[in-house]
Design a binder for this molecule. Structure first.
Ligand code: HPA
Length: 248
């Protein structure tokens, strides 16, 4: 099964056939929402709303460990994480899709590992390349094939939220090499790696990051940009799913 972790702007997936709901308990508590399983483009899919039903969970309250563990339990072998982000560098304009290849983690205080003492032995997973290159490549191919103008590379900076950043924080992030900024990319990507699930991110730029656009960032502008971007995400997913499913 292919897992889709969906964020702001994509709480529900349209066109899912043979839908059923999976209630999965984990040693870490319940996931954000029941997993919706079904088929899209003939491919078995497990869909999880990262922020829960009704978008009730802020980024720092999401039980990332339960989410990833539940997807693994459901039989998910590959994950595409859809995430709204702010655009920092040139070209990362609202509405654009970005497939990041690297990340920088600025989050704190989140349950960020399964190697947390207790009975599990300590493991230090390799995280040199935080995203699965094969999965990323399939998403990029699908975007090109559907004629969507996407950024095929970029560095994702994961911030704590839920507040947006200051202009100076964004300037610092740009100095650090970040192209886009979001609040949920970590520890999600690292937990997927610990569970050995190939994971890639399809980011949708919702707004210019703080200090990069004209005036303050409004929820109205974010919602408007996400509407167009989310339609592109669906086109990429439908196109990419058969090849993702065929990957070993
Ligand atoms: N910053 C952090 N996270 C975000 C943003 C942002 O500007 N936009 C959407 N998610």
């Amino acid at each position: 099964m292919i897992g889709i972790i969906a964020g702001t702007g994509l709480e529900e997936i349209e066109g899912l056939q043979a839908r059923r709901e999976l209630q999965i308990a984990t040693p870490y508590g319940p996931p954000s929402a029941p997993i919706r399983a079904g088929e899209l483009a003939g491919v078995p899919l497990a869909f999880l709303a990262r922020h829960g039903r009704g978008h009730a969970l802020p980024p720092h309250r999401i039980n990332y460990r339960a989410n990833l563990f539940a997807l693994k339990q459901a039989g998910v072998r590959r994950i595409v994480a859809v995430a709204a982000v702010g655009g920092i560098t040139t070209g990362m304009r609202p509405g654009r899709l970005v497939f990041p290849s690297q990340l920088v983690d600025y989050t704190w205080g989140r349950d960020h590992t399964y190697a947390d003492g207790g009975e599990r032995p300590v493991v230090h997973v390799d995280f040199t390349d935080p995203y699965c290159e094969g999965t990323r490549g399939m998403l990029i191919d699908a975007a090109i094939a559907t004629g969507i103008d996407a950024a095929c590379d970029g560095v994702y900076g994961a911030t704590q939220g839920p507040r947006l950043e200051t202009a100076a924080e964004i300037t610092r992030m740009e100095r650090d090499g970040c192209d886009i900024v979001g609040m949920t990319g970590m520890p999600e990507a690292a937990l997927a790696r610990e569970l050995a699930i190939p994971y890639a991110c399809c980011a949708v730029v919702a707004n210019w990051a703080a200090g990069r656009g004209a005036g303050p960032i409004t929820m109205e502008a974010i919602t408007a940009a996400l509407a167009g971007g989310t339609a592109d995400v669906m086109r990429v997913l439908v196109r990419a799913l058969p090849s993702l499913h065929a990957m070993p």
